[in-house]
Design a protein around this ligand. Structure first.
Ligand code: NAD
Ligand code: DAU
Length: 332
């Protein structure tokens, strides 16, 4: 596994994985990224030129994808339109990138006989009740709620079909909510941190009772490498770090970090179709492949993430006002 193509490698989680590959493996890496609004060249700055190269292109463009895929031993497919709220404003790029893009890559790996790992989300399973004692497992039926999660679910099903029908050597991982450096300010945790840094208030959808299962992006990367190297072909692995928290509690942790009162936030319009709770049971990944998360302490990880946003104002500030204007237009 010497030459790895990482799609979406200039985004939040993909760039974390590229750093993981450079630091922990001998692999050379090609990043294929369209450099949408969500990408950041800075997240790849400082990586060695002889290990990492960036190709700017679209995963849905077969003329770009097919020759590039054929030069590699494995493809790890992160590229996606990733934000639920954007998918409610305009689903079209989600269908194009998440479905047509995945189809294009699958055809390329099929023709070239290249190993493929598909990055997906726990949102394909829909949501759980707050008092449900169960968590998502690899056997949970698909039941996506939003345009984003339905295109991710569709992309997973394409992968399963390409494994069964064409013998493509693929694995799938479905991970819970990531946090850490380089996450776009449109997302929940960076939005609230940067609101407070800017002297504003966090914005909580509805009552804030919705639960997300937080995992540090570094733990997601180590899990993906484990699955890529040791996972069984055709299998799905759920990735999670037992990090369930409701949104109100996360907002209060952020406010506490800044020494602000715990009720110093605004309730804003809820998200349409808002999933109530996600929770991952990652027993299969832990017992079969021996993976363990290293960043179990969410409070400590959140504090380091807050410090990172305080130190990287130049990176996020240019995007902040446009993001807030789009939210404000929807009363969020
Ligand atoms: P992101 O939005 O931060 O980054 C996405 C990257 O994909 C960007 O660099 C963008 O330029 C690139 N991209 C978008 N469309 C493209 C196209 N057509 N061709 C090439 N590149 C394109 O997303 P993220 O949060 O880093 O998520 C990455 C992947 O992980 C996605 O597949 C997402 O579904 C999945 N995932 C995310 C989370 C999470 O909490 N963020 C959790 C589980 C799974
Ligand atoms: O579960 C994995 C998924 O996690 C990934 O597949 C997605 O790519 C990723 O964006 C994330 O989806 P969510 O919709 O859970 O994340 P988001 O950061 O948008 O919101 C997290 C929670 O916070 C959710 O319940 C909505 C709420 N929220 C969000 C924003 C932006 C707020 O209360 N206020 C906000 O301003």
């Amino acid at each position: 596994m010497q030459r790895i193509l990482v799609t979406g490698g200039a985004g939040f989680i993909g760039s974390n994985f590229v750093h993981h590959l450079v630091e922990k493996t001998e692999a050379t890496v090609t990043v294929l990224d369209k450099l949408t609004y969500a990408a950041s060249r800075e997240s790849l700055a400082g990586l060695p030129d002889d290990r990492v190269r960036l190709v700017v292109g679209d995963v849905a463009d077969a003329a770009t994808v097919e020759p590039l895929v054929a030069e590699h031993d494995a493809v790890v497919h992160y590229a996606a339109e990733s934000h639920n709220d954007n998918s409610l404003r305009d689903p079209s790029p989600f269908v194009q990138t998440n479905l047509v893009g995945t189809f294009t890559l699958l055809e390329a790996v099929r023709k070239a006989g290249v190993r493929y790992h598909h990055i997906s989300t726990d949102e394909v399973y829909g949501d759980l009740e707050l008092d449900d004692p169960g968590r998502f497992t690899e056997a949970t039926p698909y039941n996506p709620s939003s345009p984003y999660s339905s295109t991710k679910a569709g992309s997973d099903l394409l992968v399963r079909a390409w494994v069964r029908s064409f013998g493509v050597r693929a694995t799938i991982s479905n991970c819970s909510n990531n946090y850490g450096p380089w996450q776009h300010v449109e997302k929940f945790i960076p939005r609230q941190i940067t609101n407070v840094i800017d002297g504003g208030r966090p914005k909580l959808y509805g009552a804030g009772q919705n639960v997300r299962d937080w995992i540090h992006a570094d733990d997601h990367s180590s899990a993906v490498w484990t699955i890529l190297t040791d996972g069984r072909i055709g299998e799905t692995y759920l990735i999670g770090a037992d990090g369930e928290l409701n949104n109100l509690d996360v907002v209060r942790m952020i406010l506490k970090h800044f020494g602000r009162p715990e009720d110093d936030f605004d309730h804003v319009n809820d998200r349409a179709g808002h999933d109530l709770r996600y929770a991952i049971d990652s027993t299969k990944l832990r017992t079969e492949l021996g993976w363990q998360p290293r960043f179990g302490d969410f409070a400590a990880g959140l504090a380091r993430t807050i410090e990172w946003y305080e130190q990287h104002r130049d990176w996020w500030a240019p995007q902040k006002s446009a993001v807030e204007a789009a939210y404000a237009a929807k009363g969020q």
